[in-house]
Unconditional design. Structure first.
Length: 312
């Protein structure tokens, strides 16, 4: 059945029936607005939009996969502030020929990704549209801590990474060339593995700045460097190239470091820490904060693509 067959309110009923409320949700879907518990007294908020043909393709990914991706892109932003995600609001603009089963699978993916951090989908909106568009707003709680922002990096700080980079970009390249393997890379594009807990942990450790790597490590650390008025130098040897990525890069004629340093969508977390901090295993050093401006690799400008820009 298509969504035009079930109608707006029938579709809303089917979607909300699949959602459960997490511990921070006092009032979920079904009223004019949701009510979310905020013990800290401050709410961290972020929003992101995914457009079919620009951010995802239904012939590449199942509805549940796209739901996971849409949720992860927003939940990672909350974690990058040092906060714990609490809720998601989702707006769907749907072509009338999309099937109800696909929308239900999307809902399941959104809810499952949110549940990984104890959050829930608490409401949203729907509209007909010629282009399938998913807009997600995420909310989070700081737990009494100060937010970790982009302006705090200081010369001498360590630069560290939690999570992986390059996997999703490699998966995108593989899919765009018409292949479906290696599975490790393709699945990384379909469903990112985000180190959500590393964000609040970094805040407790005293991270001086932090950012979600959504557009590419060099591009996103460039935002930190600019905001903090410093330079950042990355160490190429700090990044391991897994066998599947190395093989795919060789087959496709790509330098794998263009994926690792310039590719986005893995939603790793990059942060700076005072040198005295003993980093746990989830955070690995990849560089340092230096005098100057911008991001370099082993002291030199990176000669590959720096990252994603929607309008370039």
């Amino acid at each position: 059945m298509s969504v035009s067959g079930t109608g707006e309110f029938g579709l809303i009923d089917r979607v909300t029936a699949r959602l459960t409320s997490g511990p921070t949700c006092l009032l979920g879907p079904g009223d004019d607005a949701a009510v979310i518990r905020s013990p800290d007294g401050r709410v961290v908020a972020s929003t992101d939009v995914l457009v079919e043909g620009r951010h995802f393709r239904r012939d590449w990914s199942a509805g549940a996969d796209i739901g996971h991706r849409a949720a992860a892109a927003n939940l990672a932003d909350i974690a990058a502030m040092g906060a714990v995600p609490t809720a998601l609001l989702v707006a769907l603009c749907i072509p009338p020929d999309v099937t109800v089963d696909w929308v239900e699978a999307l809902t399941d993916g959104l809810a499952a990704e949110a549940a990984l951090v104890g959050a829930s989908v608490v409401g949203g909106d729907m509209s007909a549209s010629p282009t399938l568009t998913i807009a997600v707003t995420a909310l989070g709680d700081l737990g009494g801590r100060a937010p970790v922002v982009r302006t705090g990096a200081r010369v001498g700080d360590l630069v560290a990474l939690a999570g992986r980079t390059g996997y999703a970009a490699a998966g995108y390249t593989v899919l765009s060339r018409g292949f479906r393997t290696p599975k490790l890379l393709v699945e990384a594009f379909r469903r990112p593995e985000v180190p959500y807990l590393a964000g609040p942990h970094a805040a407790r450790l005293g991270a001086t700045s932090m950012i979600d790597v959504s557009d590419g490590l060099i591009a996103d650390l460039g935002h930190v460097a600019t905001a903090s008025g410093v330079g950042i130098d990355l160490h190429r040897d700090a990044f391991e190239v897994p066998r599947q990525m190395r093989d795919a890069a060789q087959a496709l004629g790509v330098d794998p470091y263009t994926w690792i340093l310039g590719g986005g969508d893995d939603h790793a977390l990059a942060a700076t820490f005072p040198r005295a901090v003993a980093l746990p295993a989830e955070w690995r050093p990849v560089g340092r904060v230096v005098e100057g401006a911008g991001v370099t690799v082993d002291g030199r400008p990176f000669d590959g693509p720096a990252g994603w820009d929607h309008f370039r």
